[in-house]
Design a protein. Structure first.
Length: 141
């Protein structure tokens, strides 16, 4: 019985993931490319240092995809206008010791700041230790 439930759940996960990917392809807008020089997390995804492309997916999601397309992460965001003079495209990470969590995506193209929702892992870290600071990674020109 447990194996059937596992198979059903695995199948549902694959179908949902494929549906989201197909939907996203029709709704994606490339924003910019960036080199992230450290490992980081976006929600539950652990991403390696490297080259990434940042996309809008609809109006409330940001997608990061590695240059080799082997790693992707989807982040729900809250959108607001960037403060005057602060519109350059960039990623902002919250740092806790040597752990980095994507916090904000700034987009020059539309003068917006996309605030990422914190993951459970980041909330847990925040409750047990103060944030070490933030780190900004600028786009590739």
């Amino acid at each position: 019985m447990k194996s059937r439930i596992g198979i059903v759940l695995a199948t549902m996960t694959v179908v949902l993931g494929t549906s989201l990917a197909l939907y996203a392809q029709g709704q994606m807008n490339t924003l910019f490319k960036v080199v992230v020089p450290f490992e980081f997390r976006v929600r539950s995804a652990h991403l390696s240092a490297g080259n990434y492309t940042v996309f809008h997916v609809g109006s409330k999601w940001i997608l990061l995809q590695s240059e080799d397309r082997k790693a992707t992460a989807l982040a729900p965001v809250m959108v607001s206008s960037a403060p005057a003079g602060q519109s350059a495209s960039k990623l902002v990470f919250n740092r806790y010791g040597n752990l980095y969590f994507l916090s904000q995506v700034w987009t020059e193209e539309d003068d917006q700041m996309h605030e990422c929702h914190r993951s459970v892992a980041e909330e847990t870290l925040l409750a047990s230790q103060p944030r070490s600071g933030t780190t900004t990674v600028a786009t590739i020109r």
